[in-house]
Design a protein around this ligand. Structure first.
Ligand SMILES: *[C@@H]1O[C@H](CO)[C@@H](O)[C@H](O)[C@H]1NC(C)=O
Ligand SMILES: *[C@@H]1O[C@H](CO)[C@@H](O)[C@H](O)[C@H]1NC(C)=O
Length: 484
């Protein structure tokens, strides 16, 4: 087939057997109806239909420029096309017209790869105009996730009021604080103040003032001339002040879209360190913000914990088991990054510290560990929906300080310490949830416990450091980190 098309293309270049000339602007391209019809539903309809073009020797296409038409007809014969920054804006609509879906898709993918805070709103509008649904939603999500940078762009400042409202009313904006939204509104209005200041109230309707701090409301919002100048804006400010005056439990009763927390699909990337020893088990939890390059204290664990298993599942962080300074614990706490709040969930059935924890098929697995006297082979699973733990098949080996990870839908338990021999393990076993069975895979060449695990595909990593002489020394520090 490839050879046949090659020959047809050669015939075309020698003007042999051509039965139609396609014209755009002053470009005339001889071609074969059957080839054009085979690749483009547009030409198919044209040449097989009742229209006069079906027999015409020359067909003029008005909506496409000459060079773009040439590229697309070359593509029909060769299946090759070069999409670039310069041609994509004309190529995409032309490919849409000729119904060359592959070209249109390639253009969309190209634009998607070009998404940047300075162009994503333009790409979003372009995708909307040309009915590229997937690109539209990607550009939209991109704009929401990079809101803080997007609002600095020319494109943002030139948006219409409806588009600004639609952007800032999204629940999915990824912002460190609602201040960003307020400042974005002020910047947009000030860009063309005389015309836009009367739109303040329409915009402020979507700014969730109650979520701002009292200090910011008093020092910044109230002092803003654009707010002072509008009585509707002042009402929004009063609503926010009232929210702050109410006791916490009554705030929930306030019926306003402005008191609702935004729930971004992906929060700004953070590294979280949970508990640990210093030198006793501690409750402290800190987050590192990669963008701001600093650590923040967040809500403390409900109880002291080190050597816990850590996972991120369903938007929540789980701290599983561990050691509280005197006992290995069964308790499990979950952290809601949006509310900055820890809540205890159902206890495990076994006490375990230095366990392995991982998420497989939406279930949380607690694997092996140490109960205070022996290494454990037992494995239990937490179901978030029922808030229950249940045992599954135990491993073939007792493993504390086990490294676990999920690859290709299977759970792996790597190395660890069995508590019997005086050495760490080099064996590795793999759990198949369908058959509920553990089986050994090839051994590692080195014995190791407390191994780290990294899954780059999910941008999720879990690592811990435990010195190899864990059981000889009491002064070990264990920490669990991961990125979500
Ligand atoms: C806002 O202030 C300007 C003067 O800066 C004034 O002309 C305008 O009438 C004021 N608008 C309102 C709604 O008070
Ligand atoms: C550890 O947990 C046990 C039982 O849950 C509790 O009695 C003990 O006080 C805790 N120890 C510390 C240091 O918190």
């Amino acid at each position: 087939m490839k050879k046949a098309f090659k020959v047809m293309n050669e015939l075309r270049s020698q003007n042999l057997l051509c039965d139609v000339t396609i014209v755009a602007e002053d470009m005339e391209i001889a071609a074969h109806r059957v080839v054009l019809a085979a690749c483009s539903p547009y030409f198919h309809a044209m040449f097989t239909g009742e229209m006069s073009e079906s027999r015409a020797k020359k067909v003029r296409i008005k909506e496409v420029d000459g060079w773009t038409l040439r590229m697309l007809i070359d593509y029909i014969y060769t299946a090759e096309i070069q999409v670039t920054e310069e041609n994509v804006q004309v190529l995409l609509p032309a490919a849409g017209l000729l119904q060359l879906q592959d070209v249109k898709r390639t253009c969309c993918e190209f634009l998607e790869s070009q998404l940047h805070p300075i162009n994503c709103l333009g790409i979003r509008a372009f995708a909307d105009m040309h009915a590229c649904t997937e690109l539209l939603s990607k550009a939209n999500t991109y704009a929401e996730q990079h809101f803080s940078d997007v609002v600095l762009s020319e494109e943002y400042l030139n948006l219409g009021v409806e588009q600004v409202c639609s952007l800032i009313s999204s629940d999915k904006l990824t912002i460190a604080s609602e201040e960003k939204v307020f400042e974005a509104v002020i910047a947009w209005v000030n860009h063309d103040k005389d015309v836009r200041q009367e739109l303040m109230a329409r915009l402020m309707e979507h700014v969730r003032l109650p979520l701002l701090s009292r200090e910011y409301l008093v020092q910044r919002v109230e002092e803003e001339i654009l707010v002072k100048n509008s009585s509707a804006c002042k009402d929004y400010l009063i609503e926010a002040m009232k929210y702050h005056l109410l006791p916490t439990e009554q705030r929930a009763l306030m019926k306003s879209t402005r008191t609702k927390l935004r729930t971004p699909a992906s929060l700004p990337k953070l590294m979280m360190v949970v508990g640990g020893q210093a030198p006793k088990a501690i409750r402290s939890v800190e987050c590192y913000d990669f963008k701001e390059e600093r650590w923040h204290q967040v809500a403390e664990l409900p109880s002291r914990r080190c050597r816990a298993g850590m996972v991120y599942m369903g938007g929540m962080v789980y701290a599983v088991g561990g050691f509280n300074g005197s006992l290995r614990v069964r308790t499990v706490d979950s952290y809601d990054p949006v509310k900055d709040q820890w809540t205890s969930v159902a206890n495990m059935q076994d006490r375990r510290s230095t366990l392995g924890a991982a998420v497989l098929n939406g279930l949380l697995y607690a694997v092996g560990g140490f109960d205070g006297s022996t290494g454990l082979s037992s494995v239990e699973v937490y179901n978030l929906k029922t808030n229950e733990w249940f045992h599954v098949a135990p491993m073939n080996t007792r493993r504390s300080s086990v490294g676990v990870g999920v690859v290709g839908g299977k759970l792996y338990a790597v190395g660890g310490y069995d508590g019997a021999s005086r050495q760490c393990l080099s064996s590795v076993e793999c759990y198949d949830a369908n058959s509920n069975e553990w089986s050994y895979v090839a051994e590692m060449s080195t014995r190791r416990s407390g191994a780290g695990f990294f899954n780059s595909q999910k941008l999720f990593y879990f690592s811990r450091c435990v010195p190899m002489d864990f059981f000889k020394s009491n002064s070990i520090i264990l920490f669990s980190t991961f990125i979500f």
